[in-house]
Design a protein around this ligand. Sequence first.
Ligand SMILES: *Cc1c(COP(=O)(O)O)cnc(C)c1O
Length: 406
Amino acid sequence: MEFTPSYFRHYPDEKGFFGPFGGCYVPKELEAAFEEVDEAYQTICRSAQFINELRRIRREFQGRPTPVYHCNRLSRKIGRCQIYLKREDLNHTGAHKLNHCMGEGLLAHYMGKKRLIAETGAGQHGVALATAAAYFGLECEIHMGEVDIAKQAPNVARMKILGANVVPVSRGLKTLKEAVDSAFESYLNSYKESIYCIGSVVGPHPFPMMVRDFQMVVGQEAREQFLEMTGLLPDAVTACVGGGSNSAGFFTGFLADDVEIIGAEPLGTGPKIGCHAASITYGKPGILHGFNSMMLQDDQGEPLPVYSNASGLDYPSVGPEHAFWASQGRVHYQTVSDDEAVEAFFNLSRYEGIIPALESSHAIAAAIRWARSHQSGAIIANCSGRGDKDLDYVLERYGDGSDRLF
Ligand SMILES: *Cc1c(COP(=O)(O)O)cnc(C)c1O
């Protein structure tokens, strides 16, 4: 298949499939709700009013465009290649997630909904969505496992300050999976006045498409900015892949170009079950949370335990479009361990004065690896978020870096 600009007219198809991946596997009672969102989105996203309003929000509220930055000192330390960053960490609230949350909020506003519903694990999606809800004057209901509530106190506080209703989930293991079930139930009971807002390019159609579309600005900006800076396209681009939203948005900008695309999956502490969350590298096709994709599952099709030191990356599946790109060989997925990510975290901090999120550190590690194995050329890594949220964890587990050689 050809990855030409017309790719976006054909993928996903009208049922939400990217080849065999994607779709909308939801309980019968919810089919109408997802269809309503799909129809509304297909109409609204083409209206000049919606597009102009989203552009204005991005410029005036989010602080877009975010810059592309040349890591001069880091590049010289690593070798002969040039490493660049797309600075999504400079978005309002400190990460790329606001790109799709503002889009989802604006869609809800146009559809006349009065409430946004979602689940959150580490709380990053909850905070971004609560921000969007405050902006649009919508109610916000965030379902969160009690275990996660105890672990993520600062994000719970942020959500509450922003006016969200944080619903504690006390069943089962009291973490993300139960929070998803709880959020779905609430949506089922209230979809006339609510919209369910998914936090990545996952879930039932139309969310993988919609969230990708809202994130495409990252790749479009980066391509234009890099061309303007250097007169050329980069040789390669890379981003970390959890659910896959920051990477999907960034990669789409370069899909039709002669540019190598590398997705960085979390290897955690190694390839054993429960030690990583590399769904494409070690998974197989399966259905989870309403969509068909590559997933880490046992013989009964139940999701396996996953782990990464970056809490935004520990999901046992991945957006269906990534599974498709992998199957077509258009994007190469590599794994990056906890330790490599932490090394990149300290290197970027020391050499460039930028403290990246641990998720983003996986992409930076992949860029460093690429630069070490090439004689010349340029790579852009998507710096999906800033590292402030990870400082306590890094300090406790890895120290402040003062014992490392730079
Ligand atoms: C949530 C998060 C991610 C992972 O989500 P994707 O959908 O894979 O992009 C990556 N980086 C940061 C900073 C995050 O907050």
